[in-house]
Design a protein around this ligand. Structure first.
Ligand SMILES: [Ca+2]
Length: 428
């Protein structure tokens, strides 16, 4: 029964995808003119097949315990996080040195030590930013912290670590998002705050869940945000524990009074997200995000200020308990994804390629696939994105980063997850 339902969903999704490639659907034709909306309905790439051959060779460089994210330092070494709460400084040859001073994280489910990002001013400030699930009374916060590191130290360590932003109210479990991206001019920081599987609060302007935030490098609301100067309610309704189905809409709500002014409206750049596991700027200065949808609703989104990306009001997927979710075509005022995947790939990581090793890939984006056990290449024609290629990698891919050497660097997911370096066959 389930299999048949899935087949029907898949076929109808594929058909709507064909329609999107050929022209506007009637629903979109009725949409009000909006320069920020894609002209055509987004295409479904859920049934895209892996390429038969790979234009790269894959070398395993090092092995980790549940690796999550990596970031390059200017000296081309990498910082690699492991979800249970370790960080490593890693050479391109795979030599690992443990980094001290990592904060206590709550490692459970999808919580733990998450993203790491290197300050755009690292040469002068030696700062790194990290996100993690911070334990506390009533559950975890997604925390954004900044610390400094001396990469030349024999025993490198995070020093002066400060939490510069904290997701409140706290709550148990769920998906944290936690991805960090710096504005191209290095003046601001964007942070993906996942919906923590609470669903409805992704639409609550007073809760920093299901949002992309734009902050100063000190973690404060950035000037110029759509809600600049606004504050939210002091008491918000917290849905706890997390739910992963439409049942969350009727879950019990606990009223929680925040310890200080509610700055969420002033921090928010975009809203209505589910679980954003990738956030990156392209060479033209546009911000993109990958989003893990519910069953069958993974998305790539072009992120624009003040827009609502629809979760959980609309989706191209369904709830995990099979209850349907209205299609985005029913709510033209909500931002459509640039493309989507049904069935899902479970996207993790997002990087834009601008290296010399694969000149044909300049301007492309790469996304890791957890469920798809694949690497996906996205090509762009203006703001129209399409899945150009995918290659099976045989393991769940947790992260992908375009390296300063022109190679693509991937992290596999889970215990024993490997750091992979993908290099051109032509380069030899
Ligand atoms: Ca959406």
């Amino acid at each position: 029964m389930l299999r048949n339902l899935l087949a029907i969903v898949t076929i109808s999704a594929a058909l709507s995808g064909c329609g999107g490639g050929g022209g506007e659907t009637s629903a979109n034709a009725a949409a009000p003119a909006d320069a920020a909306s894609p002209a055509a309905a987004p295409v479904n790439y859920g049934n895209a097949k892996p390429a038969a051959t790979k234009p790269f060779t894959t070398a395993a460089v090092a092995t980790f315990d549940e690796p999550w994210a990596l970031a390059f330092l200017p000296d081309r070494r990498m910082l690699v996080t492991e979800k249970p709460g370790k960080m490593w400084l890693v050479t391109s040859a795979g030599a690992k040195t443990a980094v001290g001073g990592v904060p206590t994280v709550h490692d459970e489910g999808q919580g733990g030590l998450l993203d790491v990002a290197v300050s755009p001013r690292f040469a002068s400030d030696r700062a790194v930013y990290l996100t993690y699930s911070e334990p506390g009374p009533g559950g975890d916060s997604l925390a954004l912290a900044r610390a400094t590191i001396d990469p030349a130290a024999a025993r490198p360590a995070l020093t002066g670590l400060q939490v510069i932003w904290r997701q409140l109210p706290r709550g148990k479990g769920g998906q944290f998002g936690g991805y960090i991206a710096f504005a191209p001019d290095g003046q601001h920081l964007f942070l993906a705050a996942g919906d923590r599987m609470r669903m409805a609060p992704a639409q609550d302007p007073d809760q920093p869940v299901g949002k992309i935030l734009r902050l100063t490098l000190d973690g404060k609301p950035a000037p110029g945000n759509p809600g600049e100067g606004k504050t939210g309610k002091a008491t918000v309704g917290l849905i706890d524990p997390p739910a992963n189905t439409g049942a969350a809409a009727s879950a019990p709500v606990r009223q929680v009074t925040l310890p200080g002014p509610n700055l969420t409206p002033a921090e928010t750049w975009s809203t209505g997200h589910r679980n954003q596991y990738g956030l990156a700027f392209d060479a033209k200065g546009r911000l993109w995000s990958t989003e893990m949808g519910p069953k069958g609703g993974d998305e790539l989104n072009l992120i624009e200020p003040g827009r609502n990306y629809g979760w959980p009001l609309v989706s191209y997927g369904s709830n995990y308990d099979e209850t349907p979710i209205p299609s985005p075509t029913t709510r033209p005022e909500l931002a459509e994804p640039a493309l989507y995947w049904n069935p899902v790939i479970a996207p993790a990581g997002l990087t834009f390629y601008d290296g010399n090793m694969f000149p044909e890939w300049r301007g492309s984006a790469f996304i890791g696939g957890l469920a798809a056990t694949a690497l996906v290449r996205i090509a762009f024609d203006g703001t129209t994105a399409r899945e150009a290629e995918r290659w099976t990698m045989d393991n769940r891919i947790r992260a992908v980063v375009s390296g300063p050497d022109g190679a693509l660097w991937l992290l596999e997911d889970g215990a024993g997850g490997r750091l992979l370096r993908l290099t051109s066959r032509r380069a030899g």
